[in-house]
Design a protein. Structure first.
Length: 73
């Protein structure tokens, strides 16, 4: 099972842009995530097709489970 922290931002055009972090430290500290997102917005280092990141939309942990299916011959 893999986990990702997805930080969602609103860009200049009002669309959602997501930055994903693999294998976040758990438990996730909401204050630290919020602070990191503020820093990302203030530093203005990520370019999106819809312009600069201008606001926080949210953050979430996404888990992915993969189960292989055995195919008969």
């Amino acid at each position: 099972m893999s986990k990702k922290l997805e930080m969602q931002f609103i860009n200049f055009e009002g669309k959602t842009s997501t930055i994903s972090i693999d294998d976040p430290i758990e438990p996730v500290d909401p204050a630290a995530v919020s602070s990191a997102m503020d820093t990302i917005i203030a530093a203005n280092i990520f370019a999106t097709s819809g312009g600069d990141l201008v606001a926080k939309k949210g953050a979430r942990i996404v888990e992915r489970n993969v189960t292989e299916v055995e195919l008969g011959a």
